[in-house]
Every structure is written in structure tokens, then in C-alpha cells.
Design a protein around this ligand. Structure first.
Ligand code: BGC
Length: 750
């Protein structure tokens, strides 16, 4: 049999071919195709058009739109394909959609998944979401969101991995690997620093020094790219005065040159048009030239490129070579991802695939639920529930499927949602425990009338019960894009409800929903236990019931600092030291006069229902060179009576350096399962090369000196030992190590 190169590269003898051979073959195919393309067809490849009412399929037929988004069902995509088949060259389409935490099955939201501190689990979720979504014809997700944020006023923290660069970079790599394995091209977003908008407001300007950008904000993108991300989405925000969508310093110098990104930069939704509002120009031609010239390859949801690039080329404002480079990037991606084999839409096949995946998707969703819910308080060992005959389940959020879905429901179905009410009632019934549900004041967002009959009924129900389980927190519209908040406190209505329930004298357990910290200060003394259940998705409520009844031990850890007051934001555990550290006895120190400067719950915090003892850390060497790895060992013992999963977290602080160094930074973590009475040594390897930082020129340096190594159960861990680093390292930006990546230096990538 004679095998063509294209068949070989399509996978038949992939195993024996060097990737370079396939890359060359792809280039040959791209070259051949480019020769046949008109300018309009080329511009089609760098246009991305979204479903709309009265959508005009003409451009698809003419090949002047080469990519689509949001045609999420096979039925809708079939219509696209019918028109696309009429196109002259039938170049495969990228078909994008926001698959953020699920397609048909919704998993716990990304911030919740981050709380598992489990890369494998995060990858598995992304893979499942990818498999479900690609069964319906999509081949591209606008995810993962890898924006770091220290400001939970920003509604989009729900989509990310929290505040810490190490965890976020490790998760970015895991999520990218998962989505790709599930059959999707990925678009880590939003490049760059979108999470640092002033005042926590969505779309707001960002002012940021470059060492900080490189130390904290870029590594998750670098991890995503190293894991194979084919596209990157540029951000809406201005960065140091220049909108990211028209910022050559970000897109060309940093992303292309320093980070070696070879894929496609796609704009965010309508972002080129919005450059007018940024004040760059009122002229569409000028905006096109600014954004394309800055390094945006593909335009989402508007038609500036297709409309204006011909004039820009004719006037010599843009070089045809630059257009060809962008088109080539898109075509290479399409051939490398073998999209030509995926231009199919089949509702029956998709339904069958979804049905086949359903049991494992459900099991995974429950597992992620169990592992992502953070036990914030457990006074009097209230959880798991014991000796309870009647539960008063209070709050409209317990019975609101839409609020379980969170801000990005994708193609999930409301009828599939297992609510907290259903899950808790069913689980309780297996033990003969009765559950009475009371809506009280619904989501209780505004002020409530305590005399209202529904409110009164809830209070009477609490009086008649052995324990009250109250569901409070955010509803789905209170989190996500366009849902920044200036006050994260529990709403007045929910506060009044908890006060009234506590007054009954019955123990109160709070289940807190939402996509960010919900400040419980106003009711702090009025509940026994609080479990952060986030937006639990399709089946996560089952996990909450499991935790309530002790079928699962809570083990999640906060990926974001939980403040006491919204006024403390932005806030993160890895802050820089100050010349006047906070002291209660000294007014002239770094604090507020009206709130304790410490967080309510620190980064990495989460209780278990057992009692564990940590001892250590010990190092396998007390001195190390910059190219060595040090193993940090912590002894963890389960001294309680229930099984536990603990996450050992290792933080490092460089005592003296040429720049002020964060008071501590997470550099490694490892989880361990311990039966009652069991004890184990947990080893966490730390690469010394990971302990450096960027200088003003963008280079990465490790400076020798003493590094204090803290280890324990959260970012307040007090136990430490010192490591002496004996040699220095200095690397250009593209060689800076990427957390969780085996090979520290990526110099050999190209
Ligand atoms: C968001 C992106 C999203 C896009 C498409 C924008 O408003 O910022 O994250 O991928 O819409 O839905």
C-alpha cells in the first residue's frame, strides 16, 4: 500500500513520524491552498462570525467567513455546514463556543474546581466538557480563562483559578491538556491582565509594572501555551494606557517574541469596534490598522477586517505579507487539528454520545462537587450531621435550578439539574430523616419583611426542626461577566433570615452558593457550620448532601483570599512586605483603623471533619544550587476519627534580594488521604529555579541567599525551615521556568 503524506500525518503512521515531518506536510498543504485563495477568502479565514437572528449565510457560501461561533447544537451547525459546503474551497471551519465548565453536564465552576488543588481532576473535567461539546460539532472553546485576580469584586473570578500564580499556572496547563484531549482547540484568555481592572470593575483599565506582569500574570498563559494552546484571546482592557486589542507591545513583543507563541490571536467580542470608546479613533479603517497591526490575527463578532483590510492593503497601511502570516496561522491550526475530518453535525449521533457519556459525566460531576466544597466553619463538630430527625431546609436558592447552573450554562438543560432541595431530601430519606423546605424570602437579595408569611413559616419550621440548613449566597446573575460588585457582604435579606433562624436557638448550617467569597461577617456568630458549595452545576448538589451526611469528607482549599470586608480588596496572601508592618499597638503601620487587616480565611484555607497534625517541614538538603531540586517533607497524622484528605502546601519567602520579595509564595503542594489513626510523610519537590523573579528588562533571575520554607495546611502556615541557595541563575523571558512543567527551561521549544 502506498501511503500519502497527508494520510500519514492524519494519524495512520503518526507514531513513527517525527512531528517535524507532519509540520512540513501541513506547511505544504497550507502553501498549496494559499495559492488558490482570493483576498476575500483569506480575510474570511481571519473572521469569526456569531449566530444571530436572521443570520446571513451568504458569506459562508462565498468563503468570506471562515469561522463561526455559538451554533452549539448539531441541528444549528448542520445548517452552517449546508451553506459552507457550497463554498469554493471548503476550508474547514473553526466552530467556537464558551465551554467554561461543561456543555450538557455542568461541573462545579472553575474557581470551585481550583479549590480541589487537583490537576488531574481539573483535566478530567475539561476533557469531559470537551467530549460532550465536540460530539455536537464544536471544535474550539474560548477557555480556559487563565486571568489571575486578587479582587473578588470582579465577577469573572468565578471563571478562573484564583489569585495565586503557581496554582493558576499548574491548572492552566491541566485544563488545556484536558480540553484538547476532549477534542477542542483552546483559547486561554484574556491577554492580558484583565483581572486587574481598577476597582474590580469589568472592562476597566489596568496599570501594572512589567516585573509583576511577568511574575504573576503571564505564567498561566505560558503554561497554557506550553500545554499546546493553539489560540489566545486578547483582552478588552487597556494595559498601561494602550488597549490590549491594539497593543503591539503585549501582542508582538511579549506574546510572540518573549513567549514564543506561534498560534492565532483572536480578539474578544466586538473589541475592535470598542477601540473607538477607548479613544483610539472614530475611523473604522484606523481601528482595523491599529488592531491588526498590533498583532490580532482574527476578529470576533464584527467585520472590520473583512471590510477595511482591502483598503488598508491598497493604501499600503498594512503589508499583504502580514495578512498572509495571519491566514497561514489559522490554516496551520486547522490542518494540525484535522478539522477537515470533523465537519459533521449529527443530532442522533450527538445524542447517543451524550447518553453514553452521561453516567461517567455524572460521577465526575459528583466527585468534583465533593472535592470542591470548602468547609469554612464547623463549630461543635456540627458536620457531618448526627442524631438529627428533622431538617428545616431554608432558602429559595436551595430549589432554584437556574442558580445551580452559574453564569455559563452552555447547552445544559435546566431539567437535568439536581437541586440542593432534591439531593438533601433524598439523601436524608435514606436515614429516615425528614426534610421540610421553606422558600422564606427566595433569593432574599434586597430587604425582606420578617412578617411575611413565607418568612414566618421558615422560622416556625426551624423551631420544629433539629437542625436548620440555610442556603444563602449569590444567585447566578450576581457572578460572572458584567457582574462586578462593590459589596460582597451577605445580602440584607439573607442576613435578616440568618438572624431570625439563629434566634430559634436551633443549630444552623449554612450552605453558601456563589462564584466568589460571600462575606459572612454580619452573621459570624450565628451559625455552627458553613460550607461553600459555589455554583454546584448539574449534579454537585448530591455532593453537598454527601458532605452533610458524612459520605464524603470535605477537603477543598480556598484558591482566593476570603476578606472580612470588601474595602480590603484587592487582597492576596502573596503581598509584598512593607516598611511598616501592621501592629495593633502602633497607629503608623500598614493597616486599617476600622477592620482587622488579616483576611477572614486565608488563601489555601479549608477545614476537614477530622483532626490532623502537621510536623515539619524537613528538607533533604539545607543548601542547594539554582539548578537543583529540594524535597520538602511534612509529616501528617490523622488524629481524628474520620478519614481525611489533607493538602500540604509549601510556601517560600526569600529573606533578602535586590527587589522586595512577597512575604510568601506557594511553590508546591501535594494531597494525601489518611484513614483515622494513619500518618504519612508527604514529600513536595521544589525546583530552586522556580524561586526567582523577573527584573525590569524581562529577564528571569534567581538570586542566591536564604529562602524561608513554610509548610502546612494553608498560607498562614507557621512552621518553617531555611534553605540556602548558593548559586545564581539568569534566563531570558522565554526560558523562565513554568510551574508544574517538568522541563524547567523551554529554550529548546523552537
Ligand atoms: C467574553 C469572552 C467570551 C466572548 C464570547 C466576551 O464577552 O469576554 O470571554 O469568550 O464574550 O462569548
Amino acid at each position: 500500500m502506498r501511503l500519502s503524506w497527508s494520510a500519514a500525518c492524519a494519524g495512520l503512521i503518526m507514531a513513527v513520524l517525527a512531528p517535524q515531518v507532519c509540520a512540513d506536510e501541513i506547511d505544504r498543504r497550507v502553501d498549496a491552498l494559499m495559492h488558490r485563495m482570493t483576498l476575500a477568502e483569506k480575510l474570511g479565514q481571519i473572521s469569526l462570525s456569531s449566530i444571530a437572528k436572521d443570520y446571513d449565510y451568504g458569506p459562508l457560501e462565498r468563503g468570506t467567513v471562515g469561522n463561526v461561533m455559538n451554533f452549539g447544537t448539531p441541528e444549528k451547525f448542520q445548517v452552517v455546514l449546508d451553506h459552507w459546503r457550497k463554498s469554493r474551497l471548503r476550508i474547514p471551519l473553526l466552530h467556537g463556543i464558551d465551554i467554561i465548565y461543561g456543555f450538557r453536564t455542568l461541573f462545579a465552576v472553575p474557581i470551585a474546581q481550583a479549590a480541589t488543588f487537583d490537576l488531574g481532576l481539573n483535566a478530567a473535567v475539561a476533557e469531559m466538557a470537551g467530549r460532550e461539546s465536540s460530539s455536537a460539532g464544536s471544535n474550539w472553546t474560548f477557555a480556559p480563562m487563565v486571568d489571575l485576580s486578587r479582587d473578588s469584586r470582579w465577577g469573572r473570578v468565578v471563571e478562573g483559578a484564583g489569585e495565586d500564580v503557581h496554582l493558576a499556572a499548574c491548572l492552566a496547563g491541566a485544563r488545556v491538556r484536558g480540553f484538547r484531549k476532549g477534542g477542542l482547540v483552546v483559547a486561554p484568555k484574556h491577554f492580558v491582565a484583565y483581572g486587574f481592572g481598577q476597582g474590580g470593575r469589568d472592562y476597566d483599565a489596568v496599570e501594572m509594572g512589567e516585573p509583576f506582569l511577568r511574575d504573576h500574570v503571564l505564567p498561566p498563559f505560558r503554561a497554557a501555551i506550553a500545554a499546546g494552546a493553539e489560540t489566545v484571546m486578547s483582552a478588552f482592557n487597556a494595559f498601561n494606557g494602550v488597549p490590549a486589542t491594539a497593543n503591539p507591545h503585549l501582542l508582538k513583543k511579549i506574546l510572540r517574541h518573549d513567549m514564543h507563541f506561534e498560534g492565532v490571536v483572536v480578539s474578544d467580542w466586538g473589541a475592535i469596534d470598542q477601540l473607538r470608546n477607548h479613544g483610539l479613533s472614530a475611523d473604522p479603517l484606523a481601528l482595523t490598522v491599529r488592531s491588526f497591526g498590533a498583532g490580532v490575527d482574527m476578529e470576533m463578532a464584527s467585520t472590520f477586517f473583512a471590510t477595511n483590510l482591502p483598503t488598508a492593503l491598497a493604501r499600503g497601511l498594512i503589508d499583504m505579507k502580514a495578512v498572509d502570516v495571519a491566514v497561514r496561522r489559522v490554516l496551520r491550526l486547522k490542518f494540525a487539528a484535522k478539522l477537515e475530518t470533523r465537519m459533521v453535525a449529527d443530532q442522533a449521533l450527538s445524542d447517543a454520545t451524550l447518553a453514553r457519556l452521561a453516567p461517567s459525566a455524572r460521577a465526575l460531576a459528583v466527585e468534583v462537587g465533593r472535592r470542591s466544597m470548602v468547609l469554612l466553619e464547623n463549630r461543635n463538630d456540627r458536620l457531618p450531621l448526627a442524631g438529627v430527625g428533622r431538617i428545616a431546609l431554608v432558602g429559595g436558592l436551595a430549589d432554584s435550578p437556574r442558580d445551580h447552573m452559574g453564569p455559563h450554562p452552555a447547552l445544559s438543560r435546566i431539567d437535568d439539574i439536581v437541586t440542593l432541595r432534591k439531593a438533601i431530601t433524598e439523601r436524608a430519606a435514606t436515614e429516615g430523616v425528614a426534610v421540610d423546605w421553606f422558600a422564606a424570602c427566595g433569593a432574599c437579595r434586597g430587604a425582606v419583611d420578617p412578617q411575611d408569611p413565607a418568612f414566618q413559616a421558615a422560622v416556625r419550621g426551624a423551631e420544629a426542626a433539629d437542625v436548620v440548613v440555610a442556603v444563602v449566597g449569590e444567585s447566578h446573575e450576581e457572578s460572572g461577566e458584567g457582574a462586578s460588585r462593590s459589596d460582597l457582604a451577605l445580602s440584607p435579606g439573607q442576613t435578616a433570615l440568618v438572624h431570625a433562624l439563629a434566634k430559634t436557638g436551633k443549630p444552623v448550617v449554612l450552605l453558601v452558593t456563589g462564584g466568589r467569597p460571600v462575606l459572612l461577617e454580619a452573621v459570624m456568630g450565628e451559625f455552627d457550620a458553613a460550607l461553600m458549595v459555589w455554583f454546584p452545576g448539574t449534579y454537585g448538589a448530591i455532593a453537598a448532601a454527601d458532605i452533610l451526611f458524612g459520605d464524603a469528607a470535605p477537603s477543598a482549599r480556598l484558591p482566593m483570599t476570603w476578606p472580612r470586608s470588601t474595602g480590603q480588596l484587592p487582597m492576596s496572601y502573596d503581598r509584598l512586605p512593607t516598611g511598616r508592618p501592621a501592629s495593633v499597638d502602633d497607629k503608623w503601620t500598614n493597616k486599617y483603623i476600622d477592620v482587622d487587616p488579616s483576611p477572614r480565611y486565608p488563601f489555601g484555607y479549608g477545614l476537614s471533619t477530622s483532626r490532623t497534625l502537621f510536623s515539619g517541614p524537613r528538607l533533604d538538603r539545607s543548601r542547594a544550587r539554582a539548578d537543583q531540586t529540594v524535597t520538602v517533607t511534612v509529616h501528617v497524622a490523622n488524629a481524628g476519627s474520620r478519614a481525611v484528605r489533607e493538602t500540604v502546601q509549601v510556601y517560600v519567602h526569600q529573606m533578602v534580594a535586590s527587589r522586595s520579595r512577597p512575604v510568601r509564595q506557594l511553590k508546591g503542594f501535594a494531597s494525601v488521604d489518611l484513614a483515622p489513626g494513619e500518618a504519612r510523610d508527604v514529600a513536595v519537590p521544589i525546583r530552586v529555579l522556580d524561586l526567582g523573579f523577573h527584573d525590569d528588562d524581562g529577564n528571569y533571575v534567581v538570586e542566591p541567599g536564604i529562602f524561608r520554607v513554610f509548610a502546612g495546611r494553608d498560607s498562614d502556615a507557621a512552621d518553617f525551615t531555611d534553605l540556602a541557595v548558593t548559586t545564581a541563575a539568569r534566563l531570558p523571558p522565554w526560558q523562565a521556568p513554568i510551574p508544574c512543567l517538568d522541563t524547567p527551561a523551554r529554550a529548546a521549544r523552537r
